[in-house]
Design a protein around this ligand. Structure first.
Ligand SMILES: C[S@@+](CC[C@H](N)C(=O)[O-])C[C@H]1O[C@@H](n2cnc3c(N)ncnc32)[C@H](O)[C@@H]1O
Length: 242
């Protein structure tokens, strides 16, 4: 699944949408994105350890959910390569106490085996410029996690049922581009969204890509008949010892 988009295009796209980004997401998903982030944060927060990072944090919504669930003393980082998105994240009072850092996910500013938890929400599609880049990014997440650490990924998915898939993709084609570009003023960003959602991997295949990156214990749960999925990968001790 190779895309015709480049890192420069994706970076530029996320520099023009920050102000309207959250409201457009909520409108287009009937606020389900918020519910799915909360669910992913709840799964993630069961992880032991106090060094957490939300990669491709955008406006810091997932990082904010994590901070509400985190035990006292937890340090949370929000990482993104878009400075305008990070600026939006930083100015939210509820994100106070989160350390926002500018970085590309492919070259994370962490030493190996230092984090307990990594989350990634609605961004694996953006990283997926091609399959190798996605697997490489997942392996960078694997590198920075401690043994026993957990990676939780939330993304749109591909429903198995052909009728549901057809309805979902029709909705994306008809409404995502039209509504998104009208509210945000960015045609490119929502044309991109409408193009990449139907092409993204089914849940089983995404779990396979996580395994390729090193996460040999991988589980997932699907939401709204497979329209979205939350994957969890554990950096297991067995693999390191064995
Ligand atoms: C669709 S937004 C999702 C933001 C947030 N995680 C959420 O749930 O709303 C994708 C984010 O990923 C960031 N991003 C895309 N590719 C990246 C990369 N290679 N390295 C770091 N950030 C990246 C973009 O700047 C953008 O903020």
């Amino acid at each position: 699944m190779t895309s015709s988009f480049s890192t420069i295009f994706v970076k530029k796209m996320f520099s023009v949408v920050p102000a309207s980004f959250e409201i457009v997401n909520h409108l287009l998903t009937f606020w389900l994105d918020k519910m799915w982030r909360k669910r992913a944060a709840k799964i993630a927060a069961q992880t032991e350890g106090i060094l957490w990072a939300d990669m491709c944090t955008g406006t810091g919504e997932m990082a904010g959910h994590l901070s509400r669930l985190a035990p006292t003393g937890t340090r949370i980082y929000g990482i993104d390569f878009s400075l305008p998105m990070l600026k939006e994240a930083k100015q939210k009072p509820k994100n106070k106490g989160i350390y926002f850092v500018a970085s590309d996910i492919k070259t994370l500013p962490f030493s190996s085996e230092c984090l307990d938890l990594v989350t990634l929400s609605f961004a694996s599609r953006n990283i997926n410029l091609n399959k190798d880049i996605l697997v490489y990014s997942f392996s960078e997440i694997y590198r920075v996690l401690k043994p026993g650490g957990s990676f939780v990924n939330l993304e749109t998915s591909r429903p198995k049922n052909s009728l549901i898939r057809w309805c979902f993709h029709l909705y994306v084609r008809l409404f995502v581009k039209a509504i998104g570009s009208r509210i945000s003023g960015s045609r490119a960003a929502y044309a991109y969204l409408a193009k990449t959602i139907p092409r993204f991997y089914p849940s089983e295949e995404l779990a396979g890509l996580m395994r390729q990156a090193g996460f040999n214990k991988t589980v997932f749960e699907q939401h709204l008949f497979g329209v979205a999925a939350i994957h969890q990968g554990i950096k297991s001790w067995d693999k390191i010892i064995g």
